[in-house]
Design a protein around this ligand. Structure first.
Ligand SMILES: Cc1ncc(COP(=O)(O)O)c(C=O)c1O
Length: 388
């Protein structure tokens, strides 16, 4: 048989999957791996989708998504970030933020083009780039800068092949947020080097301590070069609905819509009606979930203070925290495998997110208080047994 495509070979399975497979054959495992809200979708959103189905909304929708949803998206972005976009020309509804990212990359990148990614970062970015025959170029980020680009390191990594850089704030896997001053300097670099910016803002409603994640698109000269990626998944506990969107310059969005026609035609119609209800009803459900994650952050970080030999990076948003295991002398992967084997707790090895994550493990605190106390208790026992 002739070989499969190069991308098929280059795109490997996620290391997170390997951990899951090991845990499958074990009893009584506490998991800190889940990257999605543990809440149900708010009932008014479910009701709106059911009603849409009952009303006969069973057909393809426009490739860009139904206009009332695009209007609600633009209104919501303007309310949160103060910048107006045209719902008819500058927004596309996609199958989650994931498809928005992929279509944006497909529109921006030619084979061999590079896009600068923070290391560590969400695993799917580099795999999606490989699917576009483009190249991820990693810029190490560190806990001192809340795992966001420093302007110096970002600028030093730019080559003639660089077409864009990607910001994810708040970030998966770190919970780190780019400070406003930092974002301003990154914007200056984008303009100076004529780069596009993909701004993954899927966690932007999950910022703690009353803070806000500034969208780089709001800065002078950035609207025309930024593609904002957003999603209903994390904000409204709608991961399975697969509704996200991209907002950006017409030239990019119109071509994403053209590709959408050939990839999925459109997002599930009823889910789009649910998404309108999510944006247009009161946002108390979002506040409730954010407060709940914030409370769990307090719980998990205070629990980790009692674990000898491990350092928990304090997350400012999302529902992830990075645990520095370097004092154990093990890599994050060795630590994760040994912890799973001995004390039945599953965490994600930091190398899954890049070389710079190799001395960390990621924990997700989108899980119950009971699970947090039990799981961190087992990690404490594990560390005490190692030290004793
Ligand atoms: C950083 C980041 N961006 C985008 C996504 C995509 O989410 P969805 O496709 O469900 O909107 C995820 C999901 O985990 C994520 O963590």
């Amino acid at each position: 048989m002739k070989p499969l495509s190069t991308a098929t070979i280059e795109v490997t399975n996620s290391p997170i999957r390997e951990m899951f497979n090991l845990a499958l054959v074990m009893d009584d495992v506490v998991s800190f791996t889940v990257g999605e809200p543990d809440f149900l979708t708010p009932s008014h959103v479910v009701d709106a989708a059911v009603k849409a189905l009952q009303n006969g909304e069973h057909r393809y929708t426009p490739n860009a998504g139904i206009l009332p949803l695009r209007q609600a998206i633009c209104k919501n972005y303007e309310k949160n970030q103060g910048v107006a976009y045209d719902p008819e020309k500058e927004v596309i509804v996609t199958a989650g933020g994931m498809e928005a990212l992929f279509l944006a990359m497909r529109v921006l990148l030619d084979p061999g083009d590079e896009i600068l990614l923070p290391d560590p970062c969400w695993t799917n970015y580099s795999r999606q780039l490989l699917l576009c025959n483009a190249k991820p170029a990693f810029v190490p980020v560190s806990a001192e800068n809340d795992f966001q680009f420093t302007p110096e390191a970002l600028e030093a990594a730019i080559t003639p092949k660089t077409k864009a850089f990607l910001i994810n704030s708040p970030a998966n896997p770190t919970g780190g947020i780019a400070a406003e001053e930092q974002i301003k300097k990154l914007a200056e670099i984008a303009i100076k080097h004529d780069l596009y910016v993909i701004s993954d803002e899927v966690y932007s409603q999950l910022v703690f301590d009353g803070g806000k994640a500034t969208s780089i698109a709001t800065l002078p000269g950035m609207r025309e070069r930024t593609i904002i990626i957003h999603s209903f998944s994390k904000t409204y506990a709608m991961t399975g609905w697969r509704v996200g969107y991209a907002i950006g310059p017409n030239e990019v969005i119109r071509n994403m819509i053209k590709f959408q026609e050939n990839v999925a035609a459109c997002v599930n119609s009823a889910a789009q009606f649910g998404a309108i209800a999510a944006l247009e009803s009161g946002q108390e459900c979002v506040s409730m979930m954010r407060e709940s994650y914030e409370r769990r952050r307090a719980l998990i970080t205070s629990e980790f203070e009692t674990v000898p030999g491990l350092k928990c990076h304090y997350p400012k948003g999302a529902f992830y925290a990075m645990i520095d295991v370097s004092a154990t002398g093990m890599t994050g992967k060795e630590f994760a495998l040994d912890l799973l084997d001995k004390n039945h707790v599953i965490v994600v090895p930091g190398n899954a997110f890049g070389e710079a994550g190799k001395n960390y493990v990621r924990i997700s605190f989108a899980t119950s208080d009971e699970n947090i106390v039990k799981g961190v208790g087992r990690i404490r026992d594990y560390m005490i047994a190692r030290q004793g």
